[in-house]
Write a protein that binds this ligand. Sequence first.
Ligand code: SF4
Length: 464
Amino acid sequence: MSALAERYAQTRDTARVRERALFVSPRIPSELELQARWFAGDFGKHFVSTAGDQIDVVQFGTWNREAGPDFRDAAIRINSSEPVRGCIEIDLLDRSWETHGHAINPAFDTTVLHVFVERSDREFFTRTKSNRNIAQVCIDPATLPEAFAANVPLARPGRCQAPLKDLPAERVCSVLDAAAQFRLRQKANRVRNKIDAHGRDETLFQEIATALGYKENKLPFTLLAQRAPLRLLRENVQNCEALLFGGAGFLEVSDLDVYKRSAREYVRQLWEGWWPHRDELQRLILPANSWRLSSTRPVNHPQRRLAALAILARDWSRLQRASGKSSVDAANDFFQALEHPFWNFHYTLTAAASPKKMALIGESRVADILANVLFPFWVAHDLQASSRPTTRLWDEYAKLPAQLSNRRLETAATRLFGNDSRRQEFLKTVAHQQGLLQIYEDFCMEDNSDCAQCPFPEQMRKWT
Ligand code: SF4
C-alpha cells in the first residue's frame, strides 16, 4: 500500500511552489467551531507562544460546564517544563479577554493558556485578576484542510482531461488508487493523533458522531460527542439517550401537548432522564441555531441519528467487538441491525408515526462510516503495529462499492474526465471516488491559473 501512496505524495509535492490567489482569504470559523476544532486537535498539540516559548498541550481537558474558561482540567508544558494544569480559553480576538471581562473575573484565575485567531495592532498581554501573565497562542485557521473551501473550481473539463483520455484504463485506475491510498493514510494519521489526545474509544465515538452529522450537522454532532463524552454516557448508561437529546437542545419544550400521541410516552421518558442533569449541563446545551434541519431528508433527520448514537454508546462493547474484527461484513451486520422501538417508525420527535419501518442507519451512511471512520481506524492500528499497513486492508477497502455521488465529486469528475465514456466505470468504488476527491483538493482547489500552470497533466503523462 505505501509505495503507491508514496508515489502520489511525490506527484503532489513536486513541480511547483503553491501559491494562493491574491484575494482568496480563508474562511474564519465561528467561535464555537473554533473551540470544537481546537478540542479535536485539528490545530495540533505543539505551538510557539506569542512570547516565543514552546507550548505543548499535554491534555485538552474537558468542556467547562461552569462559568469560566472554555476548557478545564487541561495541562500544558512550557519549554518542556513539568506540566502546568489549569483552564484554556479560546477567543477569536486577543482583546476579547479584556472586552469580555475575563481579566477581572476570578473564574478565569486558573487559566493557563489563552488561544486566539487575531492579534490586535497594539501588543496585548493576557493577565488574570491577580495580575498573572498567561501564555498566548495565536492559531491560524488557514492551516485547516478545508480552510479555502470557498475557492470552488468550476464544473467544466480541465486541461488534464486530454492526457487522461489517452491513458489506458489500468493507468487511470492506478492514479486513482494511489491518490486513494494516500488519502486513507492521511486520515489514519489524523486518527492516530486524535487517539493520542483523547484515547481510542473517545476518538472512535467522536468520529462516528461526526459521520452521523452528515455534511450539514457535523459541527453540532462533534460538539455533542465532545461535551457528552462516551465516558459520561457510559456512566449514565440508562439515561444516555436523554443526555444526548437534552444536550442537543431537543428537550427544551416542556409541554407534552406539542407532541403526537404516539410520541408522548417516549418524550416523557427522555424528559425524566434529562431533568436531573439539566442544571449541571445547562451551559453546554447546544443553541437551536446550531442545527440545520430543513435541508436534510426526513429519514436522515438529526434526531434519528442522535438516537443511533445513543444506541452505540449503550452497546459500546458490541461495537468494539464488531470494529475489532477489521471486517466490512462484521461492521455492516452490526450497523444495519440497529433497532429502536420509536425511531424505527418516526422521522422526528414531533412528526406522525410512519407505517413503514425505516433503518436507523441506512446503507450509504454505513458505507460512509466504513470509508471515513472504520478503515482509517484499522489502518491507524496497523500503522502503529508495523509502520506499514497490511495489504489485506487495502484490498478490502478497494472492494467497497461506490455509494451516492455528490456535487463535489461530480465537479471533480467533469474536470478530470469530461465526457470520457469510461467516467462511470472509473468511479464505481469508494476508493476511486476518494482518490478523485484527493486529486481535486490537491490540484484543482490549489490552482489559480485556470489549469495553465497545474502540474497534474504533465505528471499524468509520466505516470507508469
Ligand atoms: S486544475 Fe489541474 S487537475 Fe484540476 S482540472 Fe485543471 S489541469 Fe486538471
